[in-house]
Design a protein around this ligand. Structure first.
Ligand code: NAP
Length: 308
């Protein structure tokens, strides 16, 4: 099969489309003919080698942690799907990558919502998994107010919509050019940076109940002060979390509480309550450009690669 691969850590120039060994569905897994796959910041963090002390990769490495496509192999013990079904889902353990390819193995999946294109579905599963883990960890429920630092990105847009579906009010930080975009997602926009607490006082006079830091730009001290308690704050992006007594959430090998979010999200999508805003769509052969765009740190929604 063909796949995006790299043989050493480095800049996006180490990526190329080449022949690779086909994966096969193991017990509890399906294999899909990939139609689209998401590009996430972790793809280029891993590729650059900056995470090599905490998450090594085996070379050659195929990036990509989520995908959508057509089931073409069903592993032992799998029920409820069959060859030919359109699905979206997650590769077995995200650090292992593998989705930016002609075929990929999924360990968690759900039927592709009819209302989503393959591009939208291909970039959905990772963010749904993360958002679900975040909302569970925060005990998010009806009537609460959630502040998302970095709301306009891939994780932020999906977390905001899933939170709204649970009955939360969502306030999200973004640069001013993204305020109209957040507003259309039902999120109250606010500019990030110095003075955030003062700006929030006007928007949420009764305060915020829970906070997600999806930006990792060093604002945890201010976010804890805004929440009033570090236990009401989680970060997915700031390795300095421990210094602020804040929980750092990351995906682990094995079953994730986020997996249950996939079928739920698919149902919300089919009721028009969950969209996957796309920042940009590139063909697989332009994976290097897609990584570079992700590395600007200003994606508005999700970056996706399509597979011919
Ligand atoms: N631990 C986990 O399980 C996990 C899972 C998924 C992702 N992550 C991490 O979470 C982070 C976000 O991922 P993503 O996929 O959502 O990234 P993304 O799609 O690249 O989004 C980045 C967003 O950050 C915003 N931003 C940039 N500078 C900011 C600042 N100073 N303050 C607040 N927001 C700012 C940008 O908004 P503007 O353009 O408006 O500035 C942009 O919308 C990444 O670091 C990623 O690695 C962790």
């Amino acid at each position: 099969m063909f796949a995006v691969q790299y043989h050493r850590y480095g800049g996006s120039e180490v990526l190329s489309v080449e022949e690779a060994d086909e994966p096969h569905a193991g017990p509890g897994q399906v294999r899909i003919a990939v139609r689209a796959t998401g590009v996430t910041p972790a793809d280029w963090y891993l590729r650059s080698g900056m995470l090599r002390d905490i998450a090594t990769v085996d070379f050659p490495h195929i990036p990509g942690m989520d995908a959508a496509g057509i089931v073409d192999e069903v592993g032992e013990g799998v029920t409820g799907t069959a060859a030919g079904e359109a699905v979206f889902g997650l590769v077995p353990f995200v650090d292992q990558g593998g989705a930016a390819a002609q075929y990929a193995v999924l360990e968690a999946w759900a039927p592709k919502p009819r209302s989503w294109s393959f591009e939208e579905a291909g970039g959905a599963a990772g963010n749904i998994d993360t958002a679900t883990r975040v909302l569970e960890a925060l005990g998010a429920c009806d009537g609460m107010t959630l502040l998302i630092e970095g709301a306009a990105g891939g994780v932020g847009t999906v977390t905001a919509q899933l939170a709204r579906a649970r009955g939360l009010t969502v306030i999200g930080t973004a640069s001013e050019g993204n305020h109209g975009f957040l507003d259309r997602l039902g999120v109250v926009p606010v500019t990030y940076g110095a003075g955030l607490a003062d700006r929030l006082a006007a928007l949420a006079p009764h305060g915020v109940d829970v906070v997600l830091d999806a930006a990792g730009k060093g604002s945890l001290a201010e976010l804890v002060a805004i929440a009033g308690d570090p236990h009401r704050v989680v970060t997915i992006a700031d390795f300095d979390a421990g210094r602020h007594a804040v929980r750092y959430l990351r995906s682990e090998a094995g079953e994730s509480p986020g997996w249950a979010g996939l079928p739920l999200a698919a149902r919300l999508a089919d009721h028009g309550r969950l969209t996957v805003p796309l920042h940009a769509v590139f063909p697989l052969k332009e994976a290097a450009t897609a990584h570079d765009v992700s590395a600007t740190g200003h994606a508005r929604g999700k970056i996706v690669l399509t597979v011919p």
